[in-house]
Ligand binder design. Structure first.
Ligand SMILES: NC(=O)c1ccc[n+]([C@@H]2O[C@H](COP(=O)([O-])OP(=O)(O)OC[C@H]3O[C@@H](n4cnc5c(N)ncnc54)[C@H](OP(=O)(O)O)[C@@H]3O)[C@@H](O)[C@H]2O)c1
Length: 283
């Protein structure tokens, strides 16, 4: 059943959703609409285009909106200053939810730098820092192997994108979240072997985790043309996974929604047809 937005920005709000064709964005759009909130859903391929690389697209999407869900590209080369420039242009926005990542918590520049422009006086900002998405692990790799230099028994507590979206919708439509940063994880840490075992059962083909020497991984990725910047960011993330940073549990979902996050073991039933990627790990 649809329910109305909270008293804070009341029913008059129009929420701009960036990355509206993406994994969290499309669920945020649906969640807001279900609550009767007006939504402006944009991305490069949306009918109303928005491109972080083209400031000419920023004005038309920003006019008349009072709140926004901000998604930035995963590209580590993304220039964080654009977030500030966009907010300067979108001066009617009073409430912002930024999708960041757990890596900002240990000072990793690509995500931490995107948070800085959002923390501005006069703005009702909230930052979401999820770990790895459960959807990254949903289908076993076709090769039957996930080869990464993460150590012998890496673990992570991935979060369902549906929980991130639920949190974003609640924060956008109710008061009490201004100036808060929520770290988000799933309900339990699983080893990569366990994640692949669950994905294998569901996907009908076996897959195993292989602890690949970092030099071999670097050689493979370099041969594929992955940029040095992307390699360095991945290595930084791998190091954090090896230290167990992504296996820690965080209570952001409970703080905002008052319930437990969804479990990876139940994911298949919930997200048939979700985007499938096993290549990435976390941010
Ligand atoms: N994957 C993870 O495990 C993870 C974990 C923590 C944080 N994150 C962060 O979550 C964010 C979303 O990542 P994702 O990989 O899951 O992406 P996604 O939300 O599935 O897709 C990205 C969205 O952004 C849009 N987009 C891409 N480039 C754009 C550009 N230059 N200008 C405007 N819109 C653009 C895409 O639509 P169009 O192509 O139509 O523009 C799409 O709607 C990233 O900042 C990532 O670092 C990811």
């Amino acid at each position: 059943m649809a329910c109305g937005p909270g008293r804070g920005l009341a029913g008059a709000m129009t929420v701009l959703v960036l990355g509206a064709t993406g994994r969290t964005g499309r669920l945020v759009v649906a969640g807001l609409k279900a609550r009767g909130v007006r939504v402006r859903a944009v991305s490069r391929s949306a009918p109303l285009p928005f491109d972080w690389d083209d400031p000419g697209t920023w004005g038309p999407v920003a006019d008349g909106v009072t709140a926004a869900y901000l998604v930035t590209p995963e590209d580590p080369g993304f220039r964080a200053g654009r977030v500030g420039s966009f907010l300067d242009r979108a001066d009617g926005i009073r409430r912002i939810v930024l999708l960041s990542g757990l890596s900002a918590g240990y000072g990793s520049v690509p995500m931490a730098s995107r948070e800085v422009p959002v923390r501005r006086p006069g703005l009702d900002w909230t930052i979401l820092r999820p770990g790895a998405f459960q959807q990254n692990f949903v289908t076993p790799p076709e090769s039957g192997e996930l080869r990464l230099p993460l150590g012998p028994r890496p673990r992570t507590a991935p979060i369902d994108v549906a929980d991130i979206a639920d949190v974003a919708v609640r924060v956008l439509t109710t008061d009490g979240h201004a100036g808060r940063t929520y770290d988000l994880s799933g309900p339990r840490a699983l080893s990569y072997a366990e994640l692949l075992e669950i994905a294998s059962r569901r996907g009908g083909r076996p897959a195993v985790y292989v602890d690949e020497p970092v030099e071999a991984w670097l050689a493979r990725m370099t041969a594929r043309g992955v940029s040095e910047q992307a390699l360095n960011w991945s290595l930084e993330t791998f190091e954090a996974i090896r230290r167990g940073v992504y296996a820690r549990l965080h209570d952001g979902v409970h703080q905002v929604l008052g319930r437990r996050p969804r479990d990876f073991a139940d994911l298949g039933a919930r997200h048939q047809g979700a985007t499938v990627r096993c290549r990435r790990t976390a941010r």
